[in-house]
Design a protein around this ligand. Sequence first.
Ligand SMILES: [Zn+2]
Length: 249
Amino acid sequence: MIGVQILMYHQVGDFSPMATHRATYCDFRRFRRQMAYLKFRGYRVLRMSEALQCLRGEMAIPPRAVMLTFDDAYENFYEYAFPILQKHGFPAMVYAISGMLGQPASWLAADNHPTPPLMSGARLRQLRSAGIDIGSHSVSHIRLAEQSDERIREEVIRSKLELEDCLGEQVDHFCYPYGSYDSRVVEMVAEAGYLSATTCERAPLTAADNPLMMPRKAVSWGDSLVGLLWKMHFKNKPKSKLHPVQCAV
Ligand SMILES: [Zn+2]
């Protein structure tokens, strides 16, 4: 396995089978098996700061390197994923939407979808003090590539400041909502001072990658352990800067 496999999760919990947004759900029993497998097989779960060291050439990418990311900061992360991560001592990155902390994930209502609660600022602080990394996922969860320069700036800069205010520390990492980005967005994310940004391009992270366009692989509702391993080892799409792969949410 070459490179770092950055896995993208959204909701982890106990769900009835759903018709849409399947790529954003993971049954907690499956998640438990996935994490136990990574532990058992000696996968090295990296923090974002370590992945950046790899990109800067300060550290070789370890064999079987994986990263765990959780978009939108759903409250079910705390209830279901966090205890499993803690049990194994795995680091993780949670991307929070600064203007929606403690509120329902209202953008899902547009698809007639349930709108589960997002974590509050207090919950994020609690997780941060337990070693979970927190990054920004914009202020209001919109497709950045479709916005004016002014709006993009506001989303990337304001979310950084608001989360820094909430956490009392620097927020260095960004995640593009819906995987929507273009060269303007990347430039503004750089100007805002972020050190990394993740996309939905399906590929492993290699030492040659731009830290502001990190690829990831979504773990879907239908992914058994075998499915996950297949995705990790074989399912790669050529990276495209011009036509980014869009995420469901
Ligand atoms: Zn999102």
